[in-house]
Every structure is written in structure tokens, then in C-alpha cells.
Write a protein that binds this ligand. Structure first.
Ligand SMILES: C[S@@+](CC[C@H](N)C(=O)[O-])C[C@H]1O[C@@H](n2cnc3c(N)ncnc32)[C@H](O)[C@@H]1O
Length: 483
């Protein structure tokens, strides 16, 4: 379809894999098996093909490529990179509303981000750009897209990732999504061997997993019937099974699980404040039961969560909590934490980071989080070779500024002298099995005098020069004499 000078039909790509919005929804557990999917503005239909191959009943419509298909409602509707190719703001809004009308449970909306247009040549047209190929592109800032969705639908969208938002029909589903994003950590558990436990270990595993996850025993219906029946048959009752688990484990372990679960719930309740905080009756029943068991009342949890939220808006509190953190690497301006250790930093800092994710969504490739202590800013850093390379280099950074409500992307993949990491153990969690290997290397590097001039070793070239000067090189995570 060519509208005036705009060639919209040229915007559809050929995709060799599921599109990023659909892959994101799947990774977030929002495409349950068998869910119907409708792809609104499906282009050449590649997502349809991939979704069908995965077993989803998927249909789609596109004004250019599938004009005769029926527009039908579905559990999940995808509006993938459609709104940014429409040059008329009014039509753009109408398309969004039509897609929402077809949505039974979840609408996934995506649009191209301002940084996608950085190198694009074209001439200004309306609120976007007419490209050389004659297509229109409106590039969005993350917050602009969020506000536009909310004002068009009168429903609060949730950021899934930069340029991708979810809109839920059902509040409980939305809250389950918010809760699922809180980081979790459980301390290591030791079992005191006992014959009856060992004989029933497999049967007891689902009950143990539930108790570890929720810091409380399950209520009726919270364990799948088959698993519940097996426990009853083997141990006589759920109560007896729980007592057996408690006998073979440490009280101290359960105290720590309770502390962790309470923190997770507080972080969740704090973050649920964005938008309108749900009523207790709107919460998923297991989540509601956890809050009751660990806080007594929802009001009490909200009160404590609001204190956390208040604290995380105070840069002095962020500073104090960051400096007091036992986990993460301290630098003058920030605390750096590996993503796998995020659940172990103080709750205020987790809420601080959570606020950034409310705006930006999840950055799947990022494995390091930088929490600034000097300004309200969180960065998500991608070090693709963190595990394999003793001194991995930075590939990209997404920085979220909570004062400016901005999300910026910086690419280092073509940099000749990218920043790199040292002392990798410092970024990791307390029980992380990688720690001994990394610490051993750090000690060897210190003995070799490689850290004497920290100002020289922060980037790839300076580090290579330091290694060469000391006559050493790296073989895996071992330091060896060169030549
Ligand atoms: C960049 S493509 C995206 C296609 C597909 N969703 C994907 O992610 O690969 C934009 C699509 O939007 C379609 N489109 C343009 N105007 C539309 C409208 N008013 N309603 C629905 N789709 C439209 C175009 O035909 C084009 O196929």
C-alpha cells in the first residue's frame, strides 16, 4: 500500500527467527502452551510461521500482505513495529485501539527506538522521517512510547524491554508479571541424613521446593493434585511431611529463607506502586497468601514498601546502602553487580534498580548492573564473554536516568579500546561457584604487580600494554610467563 509518497509495504522484513517482541513474551512466560495469537500488521507472516511451528494457533492480518484475512480476537495480540510506520498520528492511535479491542489477555506493542534512527538518512515528515526508500519511520523514546500507549488506551502499559510494552486485560496477570521480575536468591541448604527422608526424597521434592520459594507451607490446592496425593500417601499427611523436612534441615536456613522472601515481597509491593497499586483482592492468590503469612496484613506490607520507595528516591540513602553492600564492586561513583547476584544486594538498591526496569524493561543480554551513587542512574552492561574471558570487554550499555526518564544505548562493539573488567569475583554472589577461580587469578595478577597503576588498566589497550611490560600473558584464567 502506498499512501501519498509513503511506501508502507516496503517496511516488512523477512525474519529467520521469532521477532524480538514475541521472543520476549515467550521468555517472560506470557505465551502459555496453546494460547491463541493474533499478529496485527503481520507483514510477510514470518512470526505466524514460527509460532505455528511452535504449536500455537496463530493468525494474522496485514493491509498489504494479507488484506483478506479476518481480524479476530485472540489471547495474545502482537502489534509488532507497526505504529512507527504509520505517518498519521490519528491512524496510529486507531490501529493501537483496534489491536487492543481484539486482545483477550495480553497485547504486545513494539516500536523502533530513537537510537535505531541515529544513522538513518531521510527528510523530516510530520513527527518522523521519510527515508530514502520512501518509508515513513517514527522513532520513539521509551517514556514517550509508554505515555502514548497509556493515553491512547487508558491502561497502564508495562515495559518488557526497550521498545516493547505489554498491556494486560487482567490485573492479577499484570501483578504476576511484576512479581516475576523480582530477583530471587536462596541460601545453600544442607540436609541432615535421615532414613525416612531419604526413602521419600523424591516425593517430598515439590513440597520442599514450595516451602523454599514461599517461606511457608502450601495451602490446599497450591500443590498439583498428583504431587499432593503422593506426599499424603507416603507420609500420612502434609503436616507430617513438613515436620520431616524441618527435622532434616537447619532452622537457621529457614530463617534466612524467610528474610529473603520478605524482602522479595516488599520489593514487589514497592514496585507495584507504579501505576495504581492493586487491591489485595486483585493479587494472585499465592502472592496474597505469602503477604499474609509474612506481614500479617497487606497494609503493613504497603507501609514498609512505601518506606523503601521513599528511601530509594533519596540519593544519600542510595549512597549509604551501596557503600554498605557486601556484594558487588565498589568504585567512587557506582556499585557494580553481576546480574546473578542482584537478589543479594540491600532491598533499597533492588527497588532502585527495579524503578529503572519499570521504565526500560529487561535487557536480556545485560549481565552486569551499574548502580550510580552520584546520580539517579542505573546502567545495564553487556559483557558477552564474562564467563570465558578472564578480562571481558564491554559490548554495549543501556543507561536509564530516573530523573530525566531517559533510556540511552551506547555501542562499544566497534570500539578499538573498549573498557574491560578485572577482579571478576567481586561482582558475584556469596556462594557463586566461579569465585575461587577468579580470586586465584586476581591474587596472581596482584603478585605480578599488574594492578599498581589502576588508571592504566581500565581499557583493553592499557591492559595489554601492562601485561606485555610485565612479561606475562593469560591462558584461560591462568597467568603465565610470556615466551
Ligand atoms: C515493519 S513491518 C512489521 C511487520 C511484522 N509485524 C514484523 O514484526 O515483522 C510494518 C507492517 O505494518 C503494516 N501496516 C501498515 N499500516 C498498517 C495499519 N494501518 N494497520 C495494520 N498494519 C499496518 C505494514 O503493511 C507492514 O507489514
Amino acid at each position: 500500500m502506498t499512501v501519498g509518497a509513503v511506501a508502507r509495504h516496503k517496511t516488512a522484513l523477512t525474519r529467520v527467527a521469532l521477532s524480538r517482541p514475541m521472543a520476549t513474551a515467550m521468555a517472560d512466560g506470557l505465551l502459555p502452551e496453546g494460547a491463541t495469537v493474533f499478529d496485527y500488521g503481520c507483514g510477510k507472516g514470518d512470526d505466524l510461521r514460527h509460532l505455528r511451528a511452535l504449536g500455537y494457533p496463530a493468525e494474522g492480518w496485514d493491509p498489504t500482505h494479507r488484506p483478506n484475512a479476518e481480524r479476530r480476537s485472540a489471547a495474545v495480540v502482537n502489534l509488532g513495529f507497526v505504529v512507527n510506520v504509520i505517518e498519521h498520528p490519528r491512524e496510529r492511535r486507531e490501529v493501537l485501539r483496534s489491536a487492543w479491542e481484539l486482545t483477550e489477555q495480553l497485547l504486545v506493542i513494539s516500536a523502533r527506538m530513537t537510537w535505531d534512527g541515529r544513522d538513518l538518512v531521510g527528510r523530516p515528515m510530520g513527527d518522523g522521517l521519510l527515508t530514502r526508500t520512501g518509508t515513513f519511520q517514527k522513532f520513539y523514546d521509551q517514556n514517550e512510547l509508554a505515555e502514548w500507549i497509556e493515553s491512547s488506551l487508558d491502561v497502564k502499559p508495562f515495559a518488557a524491554a526497550p521498545g516493547i510494552f505489554y498491556v494486560f486485560r487482567d490485573e492479577a496477570a499484570a501483578q504476576r508479571f511484576v512479581a516475576s521480575r523480582v530477583y530471587t536468591y536462596r541460601p545453600r541448604m544442607t540436609i541432615d541424613p535421615q532414613a525416612q527422608y531419604e526413602a521419600n526424597q523424591q516425593t517430598l521434592a515439590p513440597l520442599l521446593a514450595f516451602m523454599q520459594a514461599h517461606a511457608r507451607p502450601p495451602r490446599v490446592g497450591e500443590l498439583p493434585p498428583g504431587e499432593f496425593g503422593a506426599v499424603q500417601e507416603a507420609l500420612g499427611s502434609l503436616g507430617k511431611a513438613q515436620r520431616l523436612i524441618r527435622q532434616v534441615t537447619d532452622d537457621d536456613f529457614w530463617d534466612r529463607v524467610t528474610v529473603q522472601r520478605r524482602a522479595e515481597l516488599l520489593i514487589y509491593v514497592a514496585l507495584s506502586r507504579f501505576g495504581r497499586r492493586p487491591r489485595f483482592s486483585q493479587l494472585d492468590s499465592s502472592l496474597a497468601a505469602d503477604i499474609r503469612a509474612l506481614f500479617g496484613t497487606y497494609q503493613e506490607a504497603c507501609l514498609q514498601a512505601d518506606r523503601l520507595l521513599l528511601a530509594c528516591g533519596d540519593q544519600a540513602m542510595i549512597y549509604v546502602n551501596a557503600r554498605g553492600s557486601q556484594i558487588g564492586k565498589q568504585t567512587p561513583s557506582a556499585l557494580y553487580v553481576h546480574r546473578s547476584a542482584m537478589a543479594e544486594i540491600p532491598p533499597v538498591l533492588q527497588v532502585y534498580e527495579g524503578c529503572a526496569r519499570v521504565l526500560a524493561g529487561t535487557i536480556p543480554s545485560a549481565n552486569m548492573v551499574k548502580l550510580s551513587v552520584t546520580e539517579p542512574q542505573v546502567s545495564y552492561l553487556t559483557y558477552p564473554r564474562f564467563d570465558r574471558d578472564p578480562h571481558p570487554t564491554l559490548r554495549s550499555a543501556i543507561t536509564v536516568n530516573l530523573r530525566k526518564l531517559s533510556v540511552e544505548w551506547r555501542d562499544y562493539s566497534r570500539s578499538e579500546n573498549p573498557p574491560l573488567l578485572h577482579r571478576k569475583e567481586e561482582f558475584l554472589g556469596e556462594d557463586d561457584p566461579r569465585r575461587p577461580l577468579y580470586s586465584r587469578l586476581t591474587r596472581a595478577e596482584m603478585r605480578a604487580g599488574l594492578y599498581e597503576h589502576p588508571e592504566l588498566i581500565g581499557t583493553a589497550k592499557g591492559w595489554q600494554a601492562t601485561l606485555a611490560k610485565a612479561g606475562v600473558s593469560l591462558r584461560g584464567h591462568r597467568l603465565v610467563r610470556s615466551g
